[in-house]
Design a protein around this ligand. Structure first.
Ligand code: FAD
Length: 368
């Protein structure tokens, strides 16, 4: 399937997503059939190569698709990010047999989520205590994972845990005995993204589910998986900004106060200018990071952290400005800017908080 065809598929479901995103947000759920359909079109992990049933997108192409979905519904985009991160983790950490076993499931409509965070290991993932214990030709998975995006919808969970002298990522069926998935009650934003706490108690899976055989350095595993999550979130933030810009400019062109269009009040126009600057800034940072991915640049990891940081910061500021421009017209649950405001704030927390991104960027600055 060509990139254009996939972009068309993204556009084909646009009205359905746009018209229902507000209701899904309020209900806290996206219909599973739709998620499976989109995943089954390969759209949730579009960079998977064609020989594993994927669309073989470049990072740049996948980014444009992610921004488009993100402009419609951040919950759905979050599910897409988690699923794509799961596929990327298998692609990068799995061996030939594991890629052949799992990737066709992910491009065929089965849904996946990724669990790193634990009650006592948030920003500091080195505090992770979940464990993988060998048991013959099986491993036993034990631990608690929190706020796992899309876990409430998932058929497969990629769980990061201690293994041997290092760590490993293991593929766990969500239906395996010993797995409990409890939705996060009333999340502040991305309310339909299926965030859940995942408890694993003596879960027995074949040792072949240990990606790459396991016993790898934890920082390597985490950086590999999180880099995909970060660039995906960053492009999603571009989408949030585009949605805000569209709705605010339309409103400012038509609503009159003090005998003039809102757009003619300079303080309102300044908000619109700043929104445009945010959208362009975030887009450029994402395009630069995706260029690094597509060319295999050594700057890929840092360019991705930068794009995620800029995207999240600009989306949070931009969405706040958008609510200000819309005022009471946007100050209701279900409205595009109200949703954007809550969703964008969470982008400053996931895949490395603003502060953690700044720590990484400052270390890079000092090392130059
Ligand atoms: P803490 O680590 O307790 O941090 C609290 C505050 O202290 C933050 O402001 C932080 O920046 C600051 N801080 C901490 N350490 C430092 C430091 N060294 N220097 C400066 N400031 C510091 N996890 C998953 O595993 N999978 C998922 O799919 C997933 N999805 C998520 C989706 C959402 C919407 C949210 C909110 C979270 C998700 N998470 C997920 C969890 C997420 O990764 C963590 O919330 C995040 O890493 C921060 O950890 P914490 O919440 O425990 O905050």
């Amino acid at each position: 399937m060509s990139a254009d065809r996939a972009a068309d598929l993204g556009v084909a479901v646009t009205p359905l997503i746009r018209d229902n995103a507000g209701a899904w947000d309020i209900a806290g759920e996206v219909p599973r059939d739709l998620l499976r359909k989109l995943a089954g079109e390969g759209l949730f992990c579009a960079e998977v190569p064609a020989d594993h049933g994927g669309l073989g997108f470049s990072s740049q192409e996948n980014g444009r698709l992610t921004a488009h979905i993100g402009s419609l519904c951040s919950s759905l985009r979050s599910v897409m990010t988690s699923h794509g991160m799961a596929a990327w983790t298998v692609q990068r950490l799995g061996d030939r047999h594991q890629r052949a076993a799992y990737l066709p499931l992910f491009t065929g409509g089965e849904l996946a989520a990724v669990g790193f965070s634990e009650p006592n290991a948030g920003s500091d993932l080195s505090a992770m205590t979940a464990s993988l214990t060998p048991d013959g030709d099986h491993v036993i998975v034990d631990g608690d994972k929190k706020w796992v995006t899309a876990a409430a919808y998932a058929d497969h969970l990629i769980i990061f845990a201690r293994h041997g002298t290092g760590a490993a990522a293991v593929v766990v069926p969500a239906s395996a005995p010993g797995v409990t998935i409890e939705p996060v009650p009333q999340p502040m934003g991305c309310r339909a993204a299926g965030h859940a706490t995942v408890k694993l108690r003596g879960v027995r899976v074949p040792a072949t589910a240990l990606l790459g055989g396991g016993d790898m350095p934890l920082p390597l595993l985490v950086t590999t998986a999180l880099s995909y999550g970060r660039i995906s979130v960053a492009w999603g933030c571009v989408g949030i900004l585009r949605a805000c810009l569209d709705v605010c400019t339309a409103h400012a062109r038509t609503r009159r106060q003090f005998g003039r269009l809102l757009a003619e009040h300079q303080l309102v126009a300044r908000h619109l200018a700043e929104l445009l600057v945010s959208e362009r800034t975030a887009t450029l940072a994402c395009e630069r990071a995706s260029h690094c991915w597509d060319t295999g640049s050594s700057e890929m990891v840092i360019a991705t952290v930068l794009a995620k940081h800029v995207g999240a910061r600009e989306a949070a500021q931009g969405a706040a400005a958008a609510v200000q421009v819309m005022a009471s017209a946007g100050a209701q649950d279900g409205h595009v800017v109200a949703r954007a405001y809550r969703d964008a704030k969470l982008m400053e927390i996931i895949e490395g908080t603003n502060e953690l991104c700044q720590v990484i960027l400052s270390q890079h600055a000092l090392a130059r």
